[in-house]
Design a protein around this ligand. Structure first.
Ligand SMILES: Cc1cc2nc3c(=O)[nH]c(=O)nc-3n(C[C@H](O)[C@H](O)[C@H](O)COP(=O)(O)OP(=O)(O)OC[C@H]3O[C@@H](n4cnc5c(N)ncnc54)[C@H](O)[C@@H]3O)c2cc1C
Length: 314
């Protein structure tokens, strides 16, 4: 049995659909786990991809703490007799996965970009040593817990709907009280969930010029990305970095503006369905992977592109 811890808001997050896709690829029965407020509302969606869905909305799961969630997932893994437990390599999932592994006394594999079943366990690939090295690892153990890097797996396919069960767990209060929460207010779509991404590189020349990237992103409803050069220069937050040491994205269209196309950047966006590059250097490596390219000065092209996008939108 493969147990999949699914992240959701009002519907399953892309990370969950990818984990379910990875589980389908591995083969075998799949149990999807939905924890916390609103879990019941996404159960029918999850049932399309799994043999069974376990739903728990226990009050002690709110507010979220890794300790309580890890106990809940481990208890459900034991109940379901899972031999493989998959969690998203998101910030939350990476916090949870090792805790779940310890509770289950399981082997632990982290941030898989590729995952396959072997006799008695799993083989994965992941980046190591600041992403300079791609390692292949195997774990053979009665239970293997594995976190999977977002945007590296195919989305799950729908199949005959599985059973949905509301489960009760014996949880204890975590001992953590959240006294306040300040939530970032953004109307912009999250980078790893976005079907369109506009990314700026060092070619922008200054942090102020990222207004061109944000301007286009806002008109077309895209997420905003940045290269490591732009992040290291302090122009953009690390959360926007795309590449080996940043986020991996796989949107329908990836618009790279003033980005040279270094191999470490390509490894984070190379699986995008369409790559559109804007660069003044016709020899820039990004053009080797681009489906569409505009050779020219971004300061001329971007305002024209934003105007054209606004006209289309309106
Ligand atoms: C271990 C390791 C990990 C790394 N991880 C990452 C990572 O996760 N993500 C990442 O992005 N990088 C990563 N890097 C860095 C990577 O090697 C590159 O240095 C970086 O991606 C370059 O960023 P850039 O394309 O913005 O800058 P540059 O390489 O300087 O390219 C700027 C581009 O802008 C173009 N340009 C300039 N002015 C204009 C203009 N007016 N109009 C149009 N085009 C213009 C130039 O022709 C050029 O092609 C990593 C490096 C190492 C060693």
């Amino acid at each position: 049995m493969i147990l999949v811890q699914c992240e959701f808001d009002t519907k399953l997050k892309k990370s969950a659909l990818e984990l379910l896709g990875a589980a389908q690829k591995l083969g075998g029965d799949i149990t999807a786990v939905l924890l916390g407020t609103g879990a019941g509302a996404v159960a029918t969606e999850a049932a399309q991809y799994a043999n069974q869905v376990l739903v728990c909305e226990d009050a002690l799961l709110e507010p979220y703490t890794a300790k309580t969630f890890a106990k809940a997932i481990a208890d459900l893994a034991e109940q379901a007799e899972a031999t493989i437990v998959l969690l998203a390599g998101s910030r939350g999932g990476r916090e949870l996965a090792p805790r779940v592994a310890v509770r289950l006394d399981a082997a632990y594999l982290e941030d898989a970009t590729n995952i396959e079943r072997i006799e008695g366990g799993l083989r994965i690939q992941h980046y190591a040593f600041l992403a300079r090295v791609t390692e292949t690892l195997e774990a053979t153990a009665p239970i293997v817990v594995c976190s999977v890097k977002p945007n590296t797996q195919a989305i799950a396919e729908t199949r005959a709907a599985g059973e949905i069960y509301e489960v009760e767990l014996e949880l204890t209060a975590s001992g953590v009280n959240i006294l306040g929460r300040i939530q970032e207010k953004t109307t912009r779509v999250a980078l790893t969930e976005a079907s369109l991404v506009v990314t700026g590189g060092r070619g922008l020349g200054s942090p102020e010029n990222f207004a061109l990237i944000e301007g286009l992103a806002d008109v077309i409803g895209a997420g905003v990305g940045a290269t490591r050069a732009a992040v290291d220069a302090g122009w953009r937050p690390y959360g926007e970095q795309v590449g080996q040491t940043g986020k991996t994205v796989q949107p329908n269209a990836y618009i790279a503006v003033g980005v040279s196309g270094a191999v470490q950047h390509l490894s984070g966006m190379g699986k995008s369905k369409n790559i559109i590059a804007i660069n003044k250097d016709p020899e820039a490596p990004i053009f080797k992977v681009a489906d569409y390219g505009i050779i020219g000065d971004l300061h001329t092209i971007m305002p024209a592109l934003i105007d054209a996008a606004k006209k289309l939108r309106d």
